[in-house]
Design a binder for this molecule. Structure first.
Ligand SMILES: [Zn+2]
Length: 178
C-alpha cells in the first residue's frame, strides 16, 4: 500500500485536496482520487477498493458477454438450482460464522478453496445432469458465481484477498465453460 505518495495538494482550492478535516482545519495533502482523501486519511484504501470493484465488474462482465455469445438453450430446465442453492447457503453460513472481518481474512484461503470446490461441484453436477439429458443453464452458473462473489466481497475488505478469491472463481468458470 506504499505506492501512494504523501504530497501536498497543488493549491488550497485544488479538487485533488484531501477532504479530511483535522483539528488544524482541512488536510493540506493531495487526495488519491478527486474528492477523496490522502493516504494518511484512508485514500489508499479508497483506491484499492475502487480498483477491486472495477476488476470485479470487469471480470463478471467478461463472462456475461461470453454467455451472450454462447446463447444457451433449454433455459426451462433448472433441476440443479436447488442443489447449487444449498451449496451457496453453506458458503454463506461459513462466511457468517466468522466473527468480524479479521477472522474472515484469516479464513480467506479456506473460503477461496471452498469457492473452487463449489465450482467443481457445479461442473460435476452439470456433467451428470447433462448425461441425463438435463443441464444447468450457463446463465445460472454465472448468476451463482456473481452472487457468491457478492457474498464474499460484502465481508472480505482486503483487496488482495478479494482478488485471489475472484481469480479462483474465474478459473472455475473457465473450466466449466471449456
Ligand atoms: Zn489527508
Amino acid at each position: 500500500m506504499s505506492k501512494y505518495k504523501i504530497e501536498r495538494a497543488d493549491s488550497p482550492d485544488s479538487p485533488m485536496r484531501c477532504q479530511a478535516v483535522t483539528s488544524k482545519g482541512q488536510c493540506l495533502n493531495k487526495a488519491t482520487v478527486e474528492g477523496g482523501f490522502c493516504p494518511v486519511h484512508g485514500g489508499n484504501r479508497a483506491v484499492a477498493t475502487a480498483e477491486a470493484e472495477r476488476k470485479r465488474l470487469y471480470h463478471l462482465t467478461k463472462y456475461r458477454e461470453r454467455l451472450d455469445e454462447l446463447d444457451s438453450p433449454n433455459q426451462d430446465i433448472k433441476n440443479l438450482r436447488e442443489e447449487i442453492g444449498i451449496m451457496r447457503i453453506v458458503m454463506e453460513a461459513i462466511v457468517n460464522q466468522c466473527d468480524g472481518p479479521a477472522e474472515i481474512l484469516c479464513h480467506a484461503p479456506k473460503i477461496s478453496d471452498l469457492a473452487t470446490k463449489i465450482g467443481k461441484l457445479v461442473t460435476n453436477c452439470h456433467n451428470i445432469d447433462k448425461s441425463l439429458g438435463q443441464y444447468l443453464d450457463k446463465n445460472d452458473i454465472v448468476q451463482i458465481a456473481q452472487e457468491i462473489v457478492q457474498v464474499i466481497s460484502g465481508v472480505v475488505s482486503d483487496a488482495e484477498d478479494l482478488e485471489a478469491i475472484i481469480e479462483g472463481i474465474e478459473m472455475v468458470l473457465e473450466r466449466a465453460f471449456e
